[in-house]
Structures are given as structure tokens and as C-alpha cells.
Design a protein around this ligand. Structure first.
Ligand SMILES: *Cc1c(COP(=O)(O)O)cnc(C)c1O
Length: 408
């Protein structure tokens, strides 16, 4: 009987210079080819503990509760919000881009009372604005995005956790796009819960969401644990706080699984754990500071190159993320044609944009394994050719020269 087995998976080689996913480090992919282990095998639980220890360093924290949520970055965001925010509780969200909107969409489903600090896309909140909003709304939980790839801006977080503590508010930050590329100083900032992903600056594939939780946030979450008849028995408290509405994303149960109790919840995604562990090892081997400097160098060169090609860079220089750059599509140039030429002629992917920035900017990333000189130079060289083909006038070679000058 004829059967269509389609082709073997053999994707074209692309250089992914968009806002993520980006090319995974080959060592991460090799780690993911390792054989399965049973979830309670001591070798496996040792890998889990090692992963916790590695991610404490990645998140720059001492938090005992630092582990992986299985799923893409959004799984980490949803797990954090659904576990922290009770139905009817007040949540303050900073919204200055697509991912801030995602936070309120999730909170709506929880049935939280949502208050927002809304800013035009491309702006960041000041400490004063945040403090005023905390005073005005008196929320239980505060949530924001560290680096919002939709706008390429990084919200400064120094002092934010401390402010929240001053008003008795639990704080959450989504650091998916910055983790591994910019400093995510969980403890120094005093942010209670921070989550990330692998497919941006961590240099892994999408599918695992590292998360870190302070003791006081963990206590708040654990107080929402309810007895699950027959399965969890004496270990579960019969909480009188509203139960966490998701089973899969119930961080109280997930923490029990990552604790010495090893209370079964889901099956840890073995292969993703191998990948996440290797991604963290690579980062720590390189060193946090050198790694952040490598991203800064790539972004500085990308910005200089773009400006030398007579392009305008989006947003305020002081708040720009150092791993993705927004570039205004010049008058008269068809943005999608340029992206198509980049892909068809050079095998390079750059990003489009969403919402109010759709059709107005491109987003060019240099993240993780791709935040290196030769990939920045190749991207600029290709961009110059594609821009010229679409009628943009700029001095030939100027972009690469300017980027090279930044590197030397
Ligand atoms: C890319 C990104 C995500 C992505 O979530 P996924 O579920 O992995 O697609 C979330 N938050 C921010 C800020 C991002 O930049």
C-alpha cells in the first residue's frame, strides 16, 4: 500500500538573526541526543538538582526554588501568574509592548482584577511611575517584562523589587528575551519571580522555561495547595486560599516534584532538561560578564552598521536591549520584500514587527550563539544588498565598515 512518509527532517541552513528563536548552540543539540532515563533514576534526579544549581547562577540568585517549567517561555509566564495571582486579586501590569499585553490576557483568564501602567510602545516606566501606580492601585502582585522583543526596549529593574517589597507587593518579571544576554539580577533587584526561555540568548531550542522563585513568593504559592484525594495525601495542606486553577502550571505541585519529596506531577521533559542544563553550562563557562559584553558588542556593531547604511534605529539609545535592534523601514522600501530577499538570497532571517510597529520596523537580533562578529557582519552585508535592490540609497560597504570599526 502506497504510504506518504514525507521527507526526512532536513531543514535548510538558515542564519536566524531575528528576535528568536535563534540557532541553537551545537553542544546543546548534542546534549539533547542523549538517551532517556527514568524520572526517579538517581542519575536523572541528580541532573535535575544540577540544573537547579546552574540556573541559580544564570538568574544571579540564591533562590532555592530555581528550576524548569516544561513548555516554551509562555509556560513559565503562565505558571508564574496562575500560581501567584488568585481569582479576584489585584494585579498591576506594566504594558509597553506585546508581551505586557500577554500578561493581561493571561490575568484576565485567571479572573484577576487588572490594573495597568500603560505606556506607548518603545517607552519604559520610571521608578516614580511604578511607585505611584503601586500607591494608587494597592495590588497584591506586580508584573512586567524585562526585555520586550516587540519594542526592543529593556525595562530598568534596579529598585523595582525593593519598591514592591516596601508596599507588600509580590513582583514578577518576564526575562525570556534577556536571560543569557543581559544581566538578570534577580536578587539585587529583589524581584520575587523571574522566568525565561531557551530560544533567545540562552542559545537553546524553544521548549523549556527556567524560573526562579523567592522564599516569600514560594510561601504564598504553597499556601494555595489543596489536598488531592488519594494521590498526595498527608503532604498536601488543605489550604483555605483559592486553589491554583491550572493543574499543569500549579507551581506548588511542580515545586514538590523538584524537591526531595519528588512527588510525581508531570514527567520532567528529559531531553529539554539535557538541553537547558547544557545551555547554562555553556553560559557559565563563558562567564556572565564576558557573555553580556559579547551581546553588547554585537548590538553596538549592528547599530553602527545600520546607521552607516542611512537607516534609523528605533527607540531610545539608553533603554535599548543589547540583543535585538529595531530598525525603521525607510520610506519607499517594502519591508517584506527585503526580508524575503534576505532569506532567499542569503539564508538569513530577520524579524518583522507586531501591533503599532507592524510594517514600520524590522527587528534584527544577535542572540546567544549568534551574537558574534562574523554573523553581524554577514547580516549587514546582506542587508545592504537587499536594501539596494529595493531602491534604498546608501554608500556601498559602509555598514560592514562601521560595524568592523566598532569591533576594532
Ligand atoms: C520571545 C518572548 C517570549 C516567547 O514565549 P514563547 O512561549 O517561548 O514563544 C515571551 N516573552 C518575551 C518577552 C519574549 O521576547
Amino acid at each position: 500500500m502506497a504510504q506518504n512518509l514525507f521527507g526526512q527532517i532536513d531543514p535548510p541552513q538558515r542564519l536566524l538573526m531575528g528576535p528568536g528563536p535563534v540557532n541553537a548552540h551545537p553542544r546543546v543539540l548534542r546534549a539533547m541526543a542523549a538517551d532517556m532515563l527514568g524520572q526517579f533514576d538517581p542519575e536523572m534526579t541528580a541532573y535535575m538538582n544540577e540544573t537547579m544549581e546552574l540556573y541559580r547562577q544564570v538568574f544571579m540568585t540564591e533562590n532555592r526554588w530555581t528550576f524548569l517549567v516544561d513548555g516554551t517561555a509562555r509556560a513559565g509566564i503562565e505558571a508564574a501568574l496562575v500560581s501567584l495571582v488568585e481569582p479576584g486579586a489585584k494585579l498591576l501590569i506594566v504594558r509597553a509592548g506585546r508581551f505586557g499585553l500577554l500578561l493581561s490576557e493571561i490575568a484576565q483568564r485567571i479572573g484577576a482584577e487588572i490594573c495597568t501602567l500603560d505606556l506607548p510602545w518603545g517607552e519604559v516606566a520610571t521608578l516614580e511611575q511604578i511607585e505611584n501606580a503601586l500607591i494608587e492601585h494597592k495590588p497584591q502582585v506586580f508584573a512586567c517584562i524585562h526585555g520586550d522583543t516587540s519594542t526592543t526596549m529593556a525595562q530598568p529593574l534596579a529598585g523595582v523589587g525593593e519598591l514592591c517589597r516596601k508596599y507588600g507587593v509580590i513582583s514578577y518579571a518576564d526575562a525570556t528575551a534577556t536571560l543569557g544576554g543581559m544581566a538578570v539580577e534577580t536578587d539585587a533587584w529583589g524581584i520575587d519571580v523571574v522566568s525565561g526561555g531557551l530560544q533567545k540568548c540562552m542559545g537553546g531550542p524553544p521548549g523549556s522555561a527556567p524560573i526562579t522563585i523567592s522564599d516569600r513568593a514560594a510561601e504564598h504559592i504553597m499556601a494555595r495547595k489543596h489536598v488531592e484525594a488519594g494521590i498526595r495525601g498527608a503532604d498536601a495542606l488543605d489550604g483555605n486560599r483559592p486553589r491554583i486553577v491550572s493543574n499543569y502550571f500549579d507551581l506548588a505541585m511542580v515545586m514538590d516534584y523538584w524537591s526531595e519529596k519528588r512527588l510525581n506531577h508531570h514527567t520532567e521533559a528529559t531531553t529539554m532538561l539535557y538541553g537547558a542544563r547544557e545551555a547554562a553550562r555553556i553560559m557559565l563557562e563563558e562567564g556572565l560578564e564576558p557573555r553580556f559584553a559579547r551581546h553588547t558588542a554585537a548590538s553596538t556593531a549592528m547599530v553602527a552598521g545600520a546607521r552607516a547604511l542611512d537607516l534609523n534605529v528605533f527607540g531610545n539609545d539608553s533603554y535599548r536591549m543589547t540583543n535585538v535592534t529595531g530598525i525603521w523601514i525607510p520610506e519607499g522600501v517594502h519591508g517584506e520584500n527585503v526580508r524575503m530577499r534576505m532569506r532567499d538570497d542569503f539564508g538569513i532571517e530577520i524579524g518583522t514587527a507586531f501591533g503599532p510597529l507592524a510594517g514600520k520596523i524590522w527587528r534584527i537580533g544577535a542572540m546567544g550563539y549568534n551574537a558574534v562578529k562574523h554573523k553581524v557582519l554577514l547580516t549587514l552585508a546582506a542587508l545592504e544588498v537587499c536594501l539596494a535592490a529595493e531602491g534604498h540609497k546608501a554608500q556601498r560597504g559602509a555598514g560592514v565598515d562601521a560595524a568592523l570599526a566598532e569591533y576594532s
